[in-house]
Design a protein around this ligand. Structure first.
Ligand SMILES: [Zn+2]
Length: 141
């Protein structure tokens, strides 16, 4: 791990050198298109910080146990304006397949195949839900 701190407008991110350029490129592209920067509110975390976060997590809150988070490797960022930033981050190899943590983007954590699986799972659930609704609507006639 070789950490570096980069500035994205007023926002700072501490990440591993191996992904710093990807993050800067995504930020530049987002800024050129929308005039806003990637709003990073979490990046590198020490294992000590991760342990505290894990200990104090709220019910239902997704927090990896210490030693298991990509934030501890400097390979993950949490983004506030993820909706706007998502296509630009994806283009640079960052993935965010967690339905309950859409602002979490990382490189190397999720395989492309796994990502497609999760995405397909999401569409499948949507199709099933639509089917159920349609079934009940038909019953009412
Ligand atoms: Zn995260």
């Amino acid at each position: 791990m070789n950490l570096t701190t980069i500035s994205l407008g007023a926002y700072k991110a501490t990440v591993d050198n191996s992904i710093a350029h990807n993050l800067v490129r995504a930020d530049t592209a987002l800024y050129d298109t929308t005039g806003q920067h990637i709003k990073v509110n979490q990046s590198y975390r020490s294992t000590k910080t991760q342990a505290e976060l894990y200990k104090n997590r709220k019910p239902g809150q997704r927090v990896a146990p210490p030693g298991k988070s990509f934030h501890e490797k400097g390979l993950a960022v949490d983004v506030t304006n993820w909706k706007e930033a998502e296509p630009f981050l994806r283009k640079e190899g960052f993935l965010n397949p967690l339905a309950d943590d859409k602002g979490h983007f990382s490189i190397g954590e999720f395989s492309a195949a796994k990502y497609k699986q999760i995405a397909a799972g999401g569409s499948m659930a949507l199709i099933v839900a639509a089917g159920i609704i349609l079934f009940f609507l038909m019953q009412r006639r």
